[in-house]
Write a protein that binds this ligand. Structure first.
Ligand code: CUA
Length: 206
């Protein structure tokens, strides 16, 4: 069997590709495009370029990335994890007064079923899913995120005024999806009773 030398053939191929691109560019250039149309093509390309630049700058310099990608967790073993064990769910306040709320989404509810939080206070919500993809949306706040199984979704928000706020699942998760909702009682800052120190000082580790 005769083996042909590879190098000259490769050179041929590269040459052909270069020729093809050159031909293609010449043909594109020879197509008549109306002056006004050309203007709009350029504007559209400019907008696309601008958006890509904004996304790139945000991702690399401001560290803005999809929140669900940051932290991972084993969704099948939530009850065994220290952070999302049943006794650790709900509202907790640390020694510095930071409030963290841990919630689990599962078909078809949010757990714990009911929580009470203070109004006009910075709250850090940490959401996980125990089964499939869910979403959470709380009207009148910035709370709208996917809860991707295997990831922790962390959102910092605050409730503008006291009242009952609905918590809605906004990702289709099965036949009971439209029944998957819950509510959060938001009470005036001064009326809110912080969970007891006993819960607050519990050691939380992943
Ligand atoms: Cu959970 Cu839709």
């Amino acid at each position: 069997m005769k083996i042909e030398p590879i190098t000259p053939k490769n050179h041929d191929l590269i040459g052909k590709v270069v020729d093809f691109i050159r031909d293609f560019c010449t043909q594109i250039r020879s197509v008549h495009v109306d002056h006004l149309e050309r203007k709009w093509i350029n504007i559209a390309l400019l907008v696309v370029g601008l958006l890509v630049a904004i996304i790139t700058i945000d991702a690399f310099f401001h560290g803005i990335n999809p929140p669900s990608k940051v932290e991972t967790i084993d969704s099948a073993k939530l009850h065994l994890s220290k952070e999302f064990a049943e006794s650790n769910l709900g509202v907790q306040i640390d020694d510095q007064g930071n409030i963290t709320i841990r919630m689990v989404a599962g078909r078809y509810s949010f757990f714990p079923k009911h929580i009470a939080v203070p109004a006009e206070t910075k709250l850090t919500f940490r959401w996980v899913s125990m089964d499939v993809l869910h979403g959470v949306h709380i009207p009148m706040t910035n709370m709208s995120t996917m809860i991707v199984p295997g990831h922790v979704a962390e959102i910092t928000t605050s409730f503008p005024k006291p009242g009952e706020y609905p918590v809605l699942c906004n990702e289709y998760c099965g036949l009971g999806h439209n029944h998957m909702w819950s509510n959060i009682s938001v009470v005036a800052k001064e009326d809110w009773l912080a969970p007891s120190k006993l819960t607050a000082n519990k050691e939380i580790k992943q």
